[in-house]
Design a protein around this ligand. Sequence first.
Ligand code: MG
Length: 237
Amino acid sequence: MRQAGRIVAEVLAVLQQRVRPGINTAELDELAHQVITKNKAIPSFKGYRGFPASLCVSINEEVVHGLPSKKRYLEEGDIVSFDVGAIYQGYHGDAAVTLGVGEIAEVAKELLAVAAGALAAGIAQSRPGNRTGDISWAIQDYAESRGCSVVREYTGHGIGLQMHEDPQIPNYGQPKQGFLLKPGMTFALEPMVNQGDWQTRVLDDNWTVVTKDGKLSAHFEHTIAVTEGEPEILTSS
Ligand code: MG
């Protein structure tokens, strides 16, 4: 899983270098695919329930599962989330990051900071003796106390030999509830943080999730391992 995580981190680092106004989203998907396969790994997303790409590209009000396309380009002022997974020798890594394209509005910068902070708050709770609810609550509290909301319909998840394993780890919840954390457990934590209300809907392409109110959404994700001590981030570069 460390190897899979390193490959995922490399993809996101390469994408980060390429992000600029005018770049084509299908080109970014192709790049992600190249980095994964060059590392002798398999893209987790391609073909997953029929998903057509190796990379999710979700722009502005899109929350998750956005589709890269030759017809879609990034524009100055967009925020774009890249979500990518790789399978190395049977084990999965899964991570996402949201970036600004060129100069972005102050409110967008704040949203990215809150979403990244919410993920960090969740990771900090990923310790033996805590429960999944402690992670959920830390994420929710971090985002809501800063005037944002957390998406309810999509959650973090266990990960290992499958991309999505039990338990689900919602981005909202109650402290001291849920599954007891033990060393060796591996999770993908992935707060989706909205500028407005938390409600979402799915577009007619049956994939792209957008905010119902059309306001911005940001998504950050790491695959982590619970250890005896500090949580280990498997998808950090
Ligand atoms: Mg995930």
